[in-house]
Design a protein around this ligand. Sequence first.
Ligand SMILES: CC(C)Oc1ccc(CN(CCC(N)=O)C(=O)c2cnn(Cc3ccccc3)c2-c2ccc3sccc3c2)cc1
Length: 258
Amino acid sequence: MFKKLLGKQINIDTLSLEERVAIAKNEPIPAHVAIIMDGNGRWAKKRAMPRVAGHHEGMKTVRKVTRFASDLGIKVLTVYAFSTENWKRPKPEVDFLMRLPVEFLGSFLPEMMERNVRVEMIGDPSLLPAHTQKALFEAMEETKYNTGLILNFALNYGSRSEMVNAMKTMLQKVQDGQLTMQDITEECLTSHLMTAHLPEPDLLIRTSGEVRLSNFMLWQLAYTEFWFTDTLWPDFSEENLLKAVENYQKRNRRYGGL
Ligand SMILES: CC(C)Oc1ccc(CN(CCC(N)=O)C(=O)c2cnn(Cc3ccccc3)c2-c2ccc3sccc3c2)cc1
């Protein structure tokens, strides 16, 4: 891809990853990147490995991408482990999935503390087993004062139910006289969503060739740039994230005019 740099056209494909990161940092980095992580099962199937091997590899990719997002200066990374409802999965797979966060946090929490990463979540964690919830809440508690990248997990998250809950809360407030009809604005609804404390996503990435939103942050993605890739989540690399950011910057570059 050619890029105008210091008045010269240069082909950035010939540069190293480090050089391209340095160049990318000269332009606005998307503050909030949301990723629908898809493709673990297919990755394992392609290698005639059990599905849980795909989930394990996928979890390692979450670590790798979190490191790189933190290095790039991304403020919020929301990861949505798009997964058909867990009850559709065989029990051994669900049990593995629910143990994976304990391994993820056990090995990665010290590094997240060093990197000043804060762990947050949106969605409903109450359906997770106690040991999974415990690992999650401990990680959120330990990292809650960190001021670097926010690693935001969308767990058991559904956008439509999130919006219905926001509307019900607002309706209740109107009934209680806490809100008037004039108060019901887009900003008001936005402030009643689980993401009220986060900037809206600037860039949405979905892997494994699926081109769907799957009931993910439907309200919040109104002005977000979408970047789809056939790459399966376990194969997703720093290169893929950098390419998505470079493409985002290209789309948001203004040559002179409006
Ligand atoms: C703070 C964090 C570590 O806490 C968590 C507590 C519970 C969960 C499990 N979970 C929630 C249940 C649901 N489906 O919503 C999933 O999201 C789910 C569904 N498939 N995969 C495999 C997969 C792995 C990697 C990428 C995509 C999918 C995962 C999964 C399991 C373990 C890990 S570790 C980092 C990400 C991740 C994702 C997640 C996190």
